[in-house]
Design a protein. Structure first.
Length: 424
């Protein structure tokens, strides 16, 4: 498939795209809003001539935040525009930056929409986070002489095989990239094999290792636990869970309660449209549940705190003694293992970590991560950790050590962006 065929198929798929927006809008009404932006119409006021950063959704927005803050500090007057594709990503960007950055949805990857967007924005540099590759947007940047960077780039072996099936589309797209700043050498080599120019690919590491934790976060969490009378209760968190995982997590919690009846689970579904259904599941399974969004304190008899708010994940991690990171008991590839590690928590996950293989390998080798296969394995590890203060301390310290050893990726990325921006 070449880019012309891809573009034709994308146009033919527009009715299906509209149907998908409608169906997603039934559960999350925000998908029905700002549709014109997705075609580069009715864009908000945008100052031209700055840096455009694309972060597809919540995870990428959070990963991009330290980079964006550093760019603003280095060049305070430079307009920075941050785009995304999802309402939750949009909410996160606004929560993180407010009016400090410009923001809109990224238009669909149609040549005329991409051209209209770039003609309006006229960026000097385009920075795409992690793996969000759109052939027409990249080509439109190349024809305008706009340097395009894939920052914090990751590419699993599975994804590389998928891209390789469409070499006629992938190879010229990657050849037009100005710089691919890969997280690991294995990923850098995959990009080279797929058609990226070798001189434009380098390894900078993962900027997720450069995570900075607010010093007040843990004291605030400890104060809240104390107000619940839960300072000495065993508390664990299952974060960023996907459909099919909540049942496993609740089954593990039931087993844990049989031996440690005071245990509290903080359950945080990955997608906000699932908050209500997960709450119904908790109640149906017989767990006394309080919703974080209700503002009610956790009582002595409560067994589950449902984390149904946005932008609080780090704080919810700080409330816990042990963290399980979801998207890993089902084949979704896992989520950010470094956030709980940065807070000094032992980290548990399922076996499906193909989006974070290098990070998982480092944490596992250091003794900061343990993988489990199901409810029984998860319950068994929780029981061991929650009764062993020394194990908690050792795993937590190991995780912090991994982050310290990998620090510096952000500075390497910023130096490379500065060279390209000056050259542009």
């Amino acid at each position: 498939m070449n880019r012309s065929l891809y573009t034709l198929l994308l146009h033919l798929a527009l009715p299906l795209i509209a149907l998908r927006l409608y169906l997603r809008g039934r559960k999350a009404p925000a998908y029905r809003l700002r549709i014109a932006e997705r075609f580069a119409f009715q864009l908000p006021p945008l100052k031209p001539g700055g840096i455009w950063v694309h972060a597809v959704s919540v995870g990428e927005s959070i990963a991009a935040a330290p980079m964006i803050r550093a760019l603003r500090e280095r060049q305070p007057g430079l307009p920075i525009t941050v785009t995304c594709m999802t309402p939750t990503g949009s909410e996160r960007i606004r929560a993180l930056f407010g009016d400090q950055v410009q923001h809109c949805y990224l238009p669909y990857d149609l040549p005329w929409a991409a051209a209209r967007f770039l003609d309006r924005l006229q960026p000097k540099l385009a920075v795409i986070m992690e793996t969000e590759l759109w052939p027409n947007h990249i080509h439109q940047c190349a024809t305008r002489g706009i340097p395009t960077v894939l920052a914090n780039a990751r590419l699993s072996a599975k994804s590389a095989r998928g891209y390789a099936r469409f070499a006629g589309l992938t190879r010229p797209m990657l050849a037009e990239m100005s710089w691919i700043a890969a997280q690991t050498e294995a990923e850098a080599e995959r990009f080279r094999q797929l058609g990226a120019r070798p001189e434009c690919v380098s390894v900078t590491g993962s900027i997720k290792f450069d995570l900075t934790i607010d010093r007040e976060l843990k004291p605030r969490a400890q104060a809240l636990r104390a107000s619940w009378g839960a300072t000495n209760r065993p508390v664990w968190i299952a974060a960023s869970t996907h459909a099919g995982e909540d049942e496993i997590v609740l089954a593990a919690h039931r087993q844990l309660l049989s031996g440690q009846p005071e245990s509290l689970l903080i359950l945080v579904p990955r997608h906000p449209e699932r908050f209500e259904s997960v709450h119904v599941l908790c109640r149906r399974e017989g767990f006394t549940t309080v919703r974080r969004s209700s503002g009610q304190p956790v009582g002595e008899g409560d067994q589950v705190l449902l984390g149904d708010t946005m932008g609080e994940l780090l704080f919810l991690y700080a409330l816990a003694d042990v963290a399980f990171v979801g998207g890993s008991l089902v084949p979704s590839g896992g989520h950010n293992l470094l956030e709980p590690a940065a807070l000094g928590l032992p980290v548990l996950s399922g076996p499906h970590l193909f989006n974070f293989l290098e990070i998982a390998a480092q944490l596992r080798a250091a003794g900061a991560l343990q993988e489990v296969a199901g409810a029984e394995g998860l319950a068994r590890q929780l029981q061991c950790l929650l009764i062993g203060a020394e194990s908690l301390r050792c795993m937590g310290a190991a995780g912090i050590g991994v982050l310290r050893a990998n620090h510096g990726a952000l500075e390497r990325l910023l130096d490379g962006l500065a060279r390209l921006h000056r050259g542009g």
